[in-house]
Design a protein. Structure first.
Ligand code: NDP
Length: 290
């Protein structure tokens, strides 16, 4: 059986990698990009450059979007919306859950089905084993195109709510950026003390790889709303974070990142959690949002 042909709109680093993976797997690929020259190398490898967005949509049922954000999708697709009927839009651009839900409604209004995708790898991970993408939206549409979408990454279907894939993507990124900035901050303090990133690397890796065990220990307690101070106490944590802030200041390094952490710890103390675990700080976050 011949492989499903597919349209890819958006040829940034991610879209380029996706088209490359489809071509390598023997799929016919139609592409469109605002800056048409970005298609040159892909066309040389066999991709077909559609002259217009409407042509790109008309070429295939499955339309993969890889754009900076959802606003770019409306900019591109709105003028060609008459060609959307019957299409499945696998939107692998990242944005907020609310934007994903609105896009699903917008697509349905034009007779198309919208799949939200949250890619969990860099462009180099596309087409590689072990990479995954969160998907949400109509399951039958994911299932119908699973074989083709799996050329890019494995599928982790999160549910029918269009926002779910975007939500999982964003909460992963919430952790990723905060963790990576904590590393950069530690490196700035290390550098001020003559320690290079390479020298610190095994210790940084050791700290990061200890985190899964802490998460596994605390997750069940957090779900139950229990924060007993049997293993750690917030009051102890405050002293620890104060030491980190002072170490940064003494090294002449901007302490704003650990100072923000200290502020949350102190708010937990004020809220009466001194004898509880640091996990009680989740209650501080929840109250801040309401
Ligand atoms: P880029 O921001 O480089 O891709 C931008 C694409 O969107 C280009 O095709 C660009 O067109 C197009 N675009 C942006 N704004 C507009 C607009 N107003 N009108 C028309 N076209 C527009 O992103 P990547 O390729 O790196 O990533 C694509 C998506 O994948 C993003 O949502 C990103 O968050 C997500 N992602 C990226 C990862 C990565 O490591 N790169 C990892 C995981 C997810 P033009 O070429 O003309 O500028």
């Amino acid at each position: 059986m011949s492989k499903q042909s597919v349209t890819v709109i958006g040829l940034g680093p991610m879209g380029q990698a996706m088209v490359g993976a489809f071509l390598a797997a023997g799929h016919r690929v139609t592409v469109w990009n605002r800056t048409a020259s970005k298609a040159d190398e892909l066309v040389a490898k066999g991709a077909v450059l559609a002259p217009t967005v409407a042509d790109a949509l008309a070429a295939n049922e499955l339309i993969v979007l890889s754009l900076t954000d959802y606003e770019a999708m409306y900019t591109i697709l709105e003028p060609a919306a008459a060609s959307l009927s019957g299409k499945v839009i696998a939107n692998l651009s990242s944005d907020t859950p609310d934007k994903a839900r609105a896009a699903a409604e917008w697509a349905a209004g034009h007779g198309a089905r919208h799949l939200t995708g949250g890619v969990q790898c860099p462009p180099s991970g596309i087409g590689q084993e072990g990479s995954i993408t969160f998907y949400s939206g109509p399951k039958e549409a994911v299932d119908a195109h699973a074989e083709t979408l799996k050329v890019l990454t494995d599928i982790d279907f999160r549910g029918e709510d269009a926002g779910l894939a975007a939500l999982y993507y964003q909460i992963q990124m919430d952790m990723f950026w905060t963790a990576m900035l904590s590393w950069l901050h530690a490196l700035a303090v290390a550098d001020a003390n003559g320690i290079t990133a390479e020298e610190f690397l095994p210790y940084a890796q050791s700290t990061m790889s200890s985190l899964p065990n802490f998460m596994a220990f605390y997750a069940g307690r957090i779900d139950k709303g229990e924060h007993p101070g049997d293993v750690d106490k917030l009051a102890m944590g405050v002293a620890s974070v104060e030491h980190i802030v002072h170490t940064a200041e003494n090294a002449g390094i901007d302490p704003s990142l650990p100072a923000a952490v200290l502020d949350v710890f102190k708010r937990g103390m004020t809220a009466g959690h001194a004898g509880d675990s640091f996990t009680s700080l989740i209650e501080v976050f929840k109250k801040s949002a309401s």
